[in-house]
Design a protein around this ligand. Structure first.
Ligand SMILES: [Zn+2]
Length: 79
């Protein structure tokens, strides 16, 4: 019987924010982000992806709306 740390892992993704590996034997996806390490069931990665995508979308939307509001305040102040 293999120890958990002897499982071979497949690197799924890696960039400046961290890396994501998959352990097929555990059916677990491990996200390493800075000092944090998060383990998920493989099928939950899509749900996490949706969570992040929605947050990213809403953050951009919020910042766009804020920029619009600030632009209209600035222009209304100029008579
Ligand atoms: Zn494993």
């Amino acid at each position: 019987m293999k120890l958990k740390n002897e499982h071979s892992r497949k690197l799924l993704s890696r960039n400046a924010s961290g890396r994501i590996e998959f352990c097929e034997e555990c059916n677990v996806v491990e996200l390493e982000i800075g000092a944090f390490s998060i383990r998920l069931h493989a099928q939950d990665l899509a749900i996490l992806n949706h969570l992040i995508r929605e947050a990213d979308f809403n953050l951009n939307f919020h910042q766009l709306e804020k920029a619009k509001t600030e632009a209209s305040v600035a222009s209304s102040g100029m008579h």
